[in-house]
Design a protein around this ligand. Structure first.
Ligand SMILES: [Fe+2]
Ligand SMILES: [Fe+2]
Length: 191
C-alpha cells in the first residue's frame, strides 16, 4: 500500500464517467505537484545507464559527454538537458529510443528541440547504416524541414563523437539543477 494512501484526499468515483469537475481538479492538482518526481525519475533512468557496454564508455558517460559538448558549444540550458536525455529511451524501448526521449521532453521544450531528439536516431544512421547495407542518407528525406540542419549538427558535433574515454565530461550533479528547472516548467499538454 502506498505510504500516502492514508493522507491523500481521494475522489469518490470508481469509474471516470462518474467524476465531477471538483474531483478532477483534485487529481490534476496532485499531478502538478509531481514535477520534481519526473526529474527524479529522469535522473534515475540516467543512473541506470551506468555499467558495462560494448562501447568504450557507459551509456551514462555518453549522455554526460554529449551534454558537456553541448554546453561547451554555448548551447542554452534547455538544449543541454535535451543532449543529456537524448538516449534515455534506451532504458524503456531501444527499438524507438529517440521517440521515447522526445515524448518525455516535448511538453517542456521547443518544437526544434523536440524534433531533433525525435529524429536523432535516424540522423545518427549517417554514421553506421552503410555497414548494414542501409542508406546512410535516409535522413535526407527531411532536407526541407526547418530543423534538418539542427539535427545534423546535434549528431555531428555532440552525439556521434561522444564515445571517447578520455573526454573530461562534467558529472551528473552539474546537470541536475538544469534537469530540475526544465521539469519544473509549466508543461504544454499533448493528449
Ligand atoms: Fe540515440
Ligand atoms: Fe547518443
Amino acid at each position: 500500500m502506498p505510504a500516502d494512501s492514508q493522507t491523500t484526499k481521494k475522489v469518490s468515483f470508481t469509474a471516470m464517467d462518474q467524476g465531477t469537475r471538483s474531483e478532477y481538479d483534485l487529481v490534476f492538482a496532485h499531478e502538478a505537484s509531481n514535477s520534481q518526481q519526473i526529474a527524479d525519475r529522469a535522473l534515475g533512468w540516467l543512473e541506470q545507464m551506468e555499467g558495462e557496454s560494448p562501447y568504450r564508455i557507459s551509456r551514462l558517460e555518453h549522455a554526460l559527454q554529449t551534454a558537456t559538448r553541448a554546453e561547451l558549444d554555448g548551447a542554452d540550458q534547455e538544449t543541454i538537458v535535451c543532449a543529456l536525455l537524448h538516449d534515455i529511451g534506451d532504458v524503456l524501448g531501444p527499438a524507438n529510443h529517440s521517440q521515447i526521449a522526445a515524448a518525455l521532453l516535448r511538453p517542456y521544450v521547443s518544437e526544434q528541440n523536440y524534433w531533433v531528439v525525435a529524429h536523432h536516431g535516424l540522423f545518427q544512421g549517417y554514421y553506421w547504416f552503410h555497414h548494414y547495407d542501409r542508406d546512410r542518407n535516409a535522413r535526407d528525406r527531411f532536407r526541407d524541414n526547418p530543423y534538418y540542419q539542427a539535427c545534423v549538427d546535434f549528431c555531428e558535433r555532440w552525439d556521434q563523437c561522444s564515445f571517447d574515454p578520455d573526454f573530461p565530461s562534467k558529472p551528473l550533479s552539474h546537470f541536475e539543477p538544469m534537469v530540475r528547472a526544465l521539469f519544473a516548467r509549466e508543461p504544454r499538454e499533448f493528449v
